[in-house]
Design a protein around this ligand. Structure first.
Ligand code: DAT
Length: 174
């Protein structure tokens, strides 16, 4: 079934600005912000809380089931710190947000992340873990890396994604 609106993943290391981008995009475009962290909690798509990682141990199958109906209708902006769990056929665009170490450190520190978790996320951002995952899982032409260091970056990213959405809607149907 062809979708009238695209499904977009906004992904990246915690703190890069996924939720900030999704929030503005959803407000401007009317697309639906799927905040998966919230869904994991609300629909219990997890096997409990990990003290070590200070996060839920996600049950990916349950999470996919919980989001399937909405995503199949199209028009979802998926807010998640990874992208390898979604079926390729669901996804039209993958935005990987990137943040410089200094800014990311300050943002995670402001969240009171424990030192080990903070360092783990900084390392993951430096090693481009999410970007590599995106490039392995999706066609290269739908994976876009965008910088998210400043509010100017945020504004220009939003503009760029909005114009991509408009182009997508006007593409000739096959
Ligand atoms: P994420 O959803 O990736 O964890 P967030 O949207 O919650 O990240 O943002 C974390 C913090 O950083 C929040 O205080 C807003 C700020 N922030 C995000 N993107 C930014 C940007 N491009 N410029 C300045 N601040 C930004």
């Amino acid at each position: 079934m062809s979708r009238k609106n695209p499904n977009i993943i906004i992904t990246g290391t915690p703190g890069v600005g996924k939720t900030s981008h999704c929030h503005v995009l959803a407000e401007n475009t009317g697309l639906k912000h799927l905040l998966l962290n919230q869904l994991v909690k609300d629909k219990s798509c997890h096997e409990g809380w990990s003290e070590e990682f200070q996060s839920y141990i996600v049950d990916e199958d349950k999470l996919l089931d919980a989001m399937e109906n909405e995503v199949e209708q199209g028009g979802c902006i998926i807010d998640w710190h990874g992208c390898d769990l979604f079926p390729e056929r669901w996804i039209d665009l993958v935005i990987v947000l990137r943040t410089a170490t200094e800014q990311l450190y300050d943002r995670l520190k402001a969240r009171n992340y424990p030192e080990a978790k903070l360092q783990e996320n900084i390392d993951s951002e430096i090693m481009e873990v999410v970007l590599t995952e995106a490039r392995e899982c999706y066609a290269s032409e739908i994976v876009i890396e965008l910088q998210s260091n400043t509010t100017d970056d945020l504004d220009s990213n939003i503009e760029r994604i909005e114009s991509w959405i408009e182009n997508w809607k006007q593409r000739p149907s096959v």
